[in-house]
Design a protein around this ligand. Structure first.
Ligand code: ATP
Length: 234
């Protein structure tokens, strides 16, 4: 569905992403692992138009997304959940969700908010609360919910477990699995290697802007030592 091919991104003289390729399919989680500075966030930002690419292609069902403005890419069906969640802390949970519904008609927004509440009942309980008062895990669910308001076909998740209490990591990654199972294709960057591998379908390991290994998660779960070695942790 989403094909990222030979993507290159530079910051001035810094060639941060050097020809990475990823494939994202409905109902599947493609996990991107890599050390700090490997180029993971930059790749996600380029896919959704927040950072210009220097070369390569990003095709959604064959249609090129590179060069389109970010809001057009959201309308085409690709939503980013950024690192650090970036929720609007003083606004209520419901207001944060409605902001995510800017591509929908007014009458669709209420139904979409209800769908998010069905998926994340804790957000329904907290609907009138300022989002800044939610726990880290609840804020991450709100960030997923806000992206779901755009009715995405593909979601790009940048380190959803970052900064969460250990018990909450599994809860959040289980909700990523549920999002994929509902038919959405997920491209997820994670630092939490074992928790990420546990829910992923396919995995790409990135080092210094290049994919150094990719394969089925099932296989790499059995080869955890190789994964850690490729990540420079061995
Ligand atoms: P992290 O897990 O630390 O976010 P990452 O794999 O997501 O790492 P990127 O943030 O994509 O890595 O960074 C890739 C490279 O690009 C790094 O060398 C980084 O220093 C550089 N870089 C990232 N953002 C910028 C920027 N705005 N200006 C200049 N260089 C940048």
């Amino acid at each position: 569905m989403l094909d990222v091919s030979e993507l290159h991104v530079s910051y001035g003289p810094v060639h941060a992403v050097r020809g990475v390729s990823f494939a994202v399919e409905p109902k599947r989680i493609t996990l991107v692992l890599g050390a700090n500075g490997a180029g993971k966030s930059t790749s996600l930002r380029a896919i959704c138009g927040l950072q210009p690419a220097r070369g390569g292609s990003v095709r959604l069902d064959g249609a090129e997304l590179l060069g389109k403005r970010p809001h057009r890419i959201v309308r085409d069906g690709v939503s980013l959940v950024p690192e650090g969640r970036r929720i609007f802390a003083p606004l209520s949970v419901a207001e944060n969700l409605r902001i995510g519904g800017y591509t929908a008609t007014r009458s669709q927004v209420a139904a979409l908010v209800d769908e998010v509440y069905d998926r994340f009942p804790i957000l329904a309980q907290r609907r009138d609360m300022p989002a800044g008062l939610l726990s880290g895990g609840e804020q991450q669910m709100l960030a997923f919910g806000r992206a779901l308001m755009g009715q995405p076909r593909v979601m790009l998740l940048d380190e959803p477990s970052m900064g969460l209490a250990p018990g909450m990591v599994d809860t959040v990654l289980t909700s990523v699995r549920a999002i994929a199972d509902s038919g959405i294709g997920v491209l997820m960057v994670e630092q939490n290697v074992d928790a990420g591998l546990a829910v992923a379908d396919t995995v790409s390991i990135v080092a210094r802007g290049e994919v150094v290994r990719s394969g089925e998660a099932e296989q790499l779960r059995e080869d955890a030592a190789v994964v850690h070695a490729l990540l420079g942790e061995a």
